[in-house]
Design a protein around this ligand. Structure first.
Ligand code: GLV
Length: 328
């Protein structure tokens, strides 16, 4: 097919820290005529007609009413990543545009970060590194005792693709696995990993040594974990978040960590991202925070692009769409 016949995809500007990575560009270019935001803004009249898809990478470009109004031939917004809380699904669907995501590409890599945070927090890895590089190092391991992950109880809130991958890994650590899902019990997954279903989230919170949040952010799950929920957790427990920052009431978390209501927290996500430098969470020593790197691997980024491309092609060719996301 000649290049000019390929369907147009709007992407971020190439290059720069937030640009689309070159290997992803190469993958997209096999199927699409790529139109950067810069090109689009410089020549809106011509470009707007060509654009049939938008490739959303790291939550950009921002999809607002103005952009949708300027793209008359837009058919699909392909989000690279599973969480679509940054997209107004209802508004987009009112424009007759479909939204897709990449739930399969992100599951292993995000579960790995969940395990990494759990292990790093339990075994105080970050403090350990700091001791080693500190000029007045004292190598007294007894001053830095951690807790064991092996055979501890893990409570997973949100047994979707990612939660299940966490459970598979936890099984290898001989953990007792509890899970809570707001809507659906997952009997097959339960059996495969030997997990126990907690109909009430409260039961999971009370029994777990590690609570891992792996659920979507929706209006219903916003601030799901607040003062009351933190108060139900064991004082020796750790809260791990690989979902979205806003599922935790962060003020309540600060207080719980300051007052040792729970032992520690390990977060890959916060609200906002990044946190302001003077945020109280950054002043605590019983917390680990990473900069939303759940899917930041060479392999995952590539798989997300492949999954997004498959979604876009399916929509444009009128075929069954592998991962469509619907407004609630
Ligand atoms: O945050 C990562 C994702 O939504 O996949």
């Amino acid at each position: 097919m000649a290049e000019q016949e390929l369907p147009g995809v709007l992407i971020l500007d190439i290059g720069g820290i937030h640009g689309v990575l070159p290997n992803i560009v190469a993958l997209l270019q096999k199927h699409f005529r790529l139109i950067t935001m810069k090109e689009f803004l410089e020549n809106k009249k011509e470009m707007s007609k060509k654009i049939q898809s938008v490739f959303v990478f790291e939550r950009r470009p921002t999809i607002d009413q103005e952009l949708l109004e300027s793209l008359p031939n837009l058919k699909v917004i392909a989000n690279s990543g599973v969480g679509v809380d940054h997209l107004d699904l209802k508004m987009i669907s009112n424009f007759g545009v479909k939204v897709t995501n990449t739930p399969h590409a992100v599951a292993d890599t995000t579960a790995d970060i969940g395990m990494a945070l759990m292990l790093a927090s339990a075994r105080r890895l970050v403090e350990g590194c700091q001791i080693v590089i500190s000029p007045d190092t004292k190598y007294f391991a007894v001053d830095w005792l951690g807790v064991e992950v092996t055979r501890a109880t893990l409570g997973i809130i949100g047994m979707g693709n990612i939660g299940y991958k966490v459970a598979q890994r936890a099984k290898a650590f001989e953990m007792k696995i509890l899970y809570h899902n707001r809507n659906q019990r997952k009997k097959e997954e339960e059996q495969a990993v030997g997990a126990h279903y907690c109909e009430k989230m409260e039961d999971l919170l009370q029994q777990s040594d590690f609570v891992m949040l792996a659920l979507n952010l929706t209006p219903e799950t916003c601030k799901l974990i607040g003062k009351r929920e933190l108060g139900l957790m064991k004082p020796t427990a750790t809260l791990i978040n690989i979902s979205r920052g806003a599922v935790i009431d962060q003020d309540a978390l600060v207080e719980a960590l300051q007052k040792k209501v729970i032992m520690a927290a390990a977060l890959d996500v916060t609200d906002p991202e990044p946190l302001p430098r003077d945020h109280p969470l950054l002043k605590l020593n019983n917390i680990i925070i990473t900069p939303h790197i759940g899917t930041a691997t060479v392999q995952a980024i590539r798989m997300m692009a492949e999954e997004a491309i498959a979604n876009m092609l399916a929509v444009l060719n009128g075929q069954p769409i592998p991962s469509e996301v619907f407004p609630k």
